[in-house]
Write a protein that binds this ligand. Structure first.
Ligand code: ASP
Length: 585
């Protein structure tokens, strides 16, 4: 027997029992004739104790040879601890060791296996199994497991069926770049790994499985960021015989269930905001509504006073940073530099201090009298002691820039507490958006999204104004879910492909299977997918999804532990009809 209990299990009520524990040596302390070993496993830490004279001399000697991360099995009696540790679940007891068995030795780990490790990211990724032994990662994976289980419980209770869809599918030109897999049996042909099971779940609806879900891996060959991985997991769902309202209610229910069961938090009903309103009030389709600092349209108020930059701008937009009138010249300069960075791209920033004495001070006072500022401040809702931050330019670009500045200021003012959760539905997304570079319309969500029924005609006249029954679930400024009501009519789907620049032949070649399915009784349907990794990170109060995935890739898309991707040998290449030699050999 390797263990009678885990290292997180023993309490005062076990005192007097003889137990066997197995685990890893977290640390040991040798003080004269007394020796303590902290033994760790997934469940916790238990203190082992030996004493010269009392313990068997051989066992004592053996215990002294144990290094960090050695794997051992210890048998002994549970005794009351002399100095109790109320920080530890097992802190009331220790084990007086009678027998020790070394199960495996360990090299000295390249970083400390502590909650705060001294290991850098690269090192921790390379020795991921050591990193996984640390509490923060373990807790994240436990959290992930819980969220997965609770999602399944909720969906199962509503008769959703978990159905797997294939990983080797067909490459499609829409969306992100595909990862492709050469087919040995079909020379010169490739599968693609799914960016999502979108078309399959729709086909399942045609197949009669009216409530589907899957916690499923998806693959997108995109540039990576903190919240992106080349393979990531979605809670992917689809329902038939539903309208948008049914989907919003069902999945609001899912998120509420998760908050309740995993975090013990009651989420009140989730507010809704149209895309247009979100853009107008926050300059973002995923506004962080934990704080206000809403956009103020100052275009009319600020134009016509002789300040050419504002006069020529399509939009002059401001936000009010409460209590920031004391900002120094240096702080304002720093903010100005920040908005001028290429990532933000603003040309400049106008700041106006609303001084406590009722006066106003800005860098453009030459053009704006105190009276005008008074009016602007009143319109913007700025009080004495506040700072008004103003950007100008083309509407879309200015909104984007000001949205970034709003998030920055919200963070600086401590308004973005990770323990506070403010979900939001953003609804009525545009159906398509114009891509200047490609010179054509692109689907804003995906090509299977249905226009609002009364917007069909706009496809012919002004597609950019057409709105879709498409929705995003946003939590604290992060998009964690998105979906839509789908097209289920072949003619409308063909019209959509046409709008997106597919010839009828191309549409048939790429999506013939779906178009054909629509001719055999496709029910009205719609769905949504939640980013499971992001959801886990948010529940865990973190930005980076990496530490919520057991084996993530680094920023260059590499798994540095197994060293992938890697070259393959010529024989494999030949079998796959890949002619060229690997570049780096
Ligand atoms: N397949 C979509 C996505 O991955 C979600 C959906 O429309 O259900 O974003």
């Amino acid at each position: 027997m390797h263990r009678s209990h885990t290292c997180g299990e023993l309490r005062a009520s076990h005192i007097g029992q003889t137990v066997t524990l197995s685990g890893w040596v977290q640390r040991s302390r040798d003080k004269g004739g007394l020796l303590w070993i902290d033994l760790r496993d997934r469940y916790g830490i238990t203190q082992l104790f030996l004493e010269e004279g009392k313990s068997d001399a051989k066992v004592m000697e053996q215990a002294r040879t144990l290094g960090r991360e050695f794997v051992i099995k210890a048998t002994g009696k549970v005794v009351e601890r002399f100095s109790k540790n109320d920080q530890m679940a097992t802190g009331d007891i220790e084990i007086f060791v009678e027998q020790l068995e070394l199960l495996n030795a360990s090299k000295t780990p390249p970083f400390t296996i502590e909650d705060e490790s001294d290991g850098g990211d690269d090192l921790r990724m390379q020795w991921r199994y050591l990193d996984l032994r640390r509490n923060p990662l373990k807790n994240n994976l436990v959290l992930r497991h819980k969220i997965g289980i609770e999602a399944r419980k909720y969906l199962d209770s509503l008769s959703f069926l978990e159905i797997e869809t294939p990983y080797l599918i067909k490459s499609t030109p829409e969306g992100a770049r595909d990862f492709v897999v050469p087919s040995r049996m079909n020379p010169g042909q490739f599968y693609a790994l799914p960016q999502s099971p979108q078309t399959f779940k729709q086909i399942l609806m045609v197949g009669g499985y009216d409530r589907y879900y899957q916690i499923v891996r998806c693959f997108r060959d995109e540039d990576l960021r903190a919240d992106r991985q080349p393979e990531f997991t979605q809670i992917d769902c689809e329902m038939a015989f539903v309208e948008q309202e049914d989907i919003l209610n069902t999945f609001e229910g899912l998120v509420k269930h998760l908050f309740k069961t995993v975090k013990g938090i009651d989420i009140p009903s989730v507010p809704r905001m149209t895309y247009d309103e979100a853009m107008r009030r926050f300059g973002s389709d995923k506004p962080d509504i934990r704080f206000g600092m809403e956009f103020q349209d100052l275009t009319t108020a600020m134009q016509g006073q002789g300040f050419a930059i504002f006069d020529q701008a399509e939009a002059v937009l401001g936000i009010v940073a409460a209590g920031c009138a004391h900002y120094t010249r240096k702080q304002v300069d720093e903010l100005t530099e920040w908005v001028k960075r290429p990532q933000i791209g603003a040309k400049g920033l106008v700041c106006c201090m609303c001084n406590e004495d009722g006066t106003f001070k800005s860098s453009v006072d030459k053009f704006y009298s105190q009276d005008v500022w008074q009016k602007i401040a009143a319109q913007a809702g700025a009080k004495a002691g506040d700072l008004i931050l103003i950007l100008s330019g083309a509407t879309d670009a200015t909104r984007k820039q000001l949205s970034e500045l709003r998030l920055l200021m919200g963070g600086r003012l401590g308004l973005r507490n990770p323990e506070e959760f403010k979900p939001l539905w953003v609804v009525d997304f545009p159906l398509v958006e114009w891509n200047e570079e490609a010179g054509r319309w692109f689907a804003m969500h995906h090509p299977f999204t249905a226009p609002k029924p009364d917007h069909f005609d706009l496809l012919e006249t002004s597609p950019g104004d057409a709105r879709a029954n498409a929705y995003d679930f946003v939590l604290n400024g992060v998009e964690i879910g998105g979906g839509s009501i789908r097209i289920h009519d072949r003619k409308i789907q063909s019209r959509m492909f046409d709008l997106l620049g597919f010839s009828p032949e191309e549409a048939q070649h790429q999506f013939g299977f779906l178009l054909n399915a629509f001719e055999y009784g496709a029910p009205p349907h719609g769905g949504i997918a939640f980013g499971f990794d992001r959801l886990c990170a948010l529940f865990g109060g973190a930005d980076n999804i990496r530490d919520f995935i057991a084996f993530p890739k680094n920023n260059s898309g590499r798994d540095v532990m197994i060293d992938a991707p890697s070259t393959i040998d010529q024989k494999q290449m030949d079998e796959l009809y890949i002619a060229t030699q690997p570049i780096n050999e």
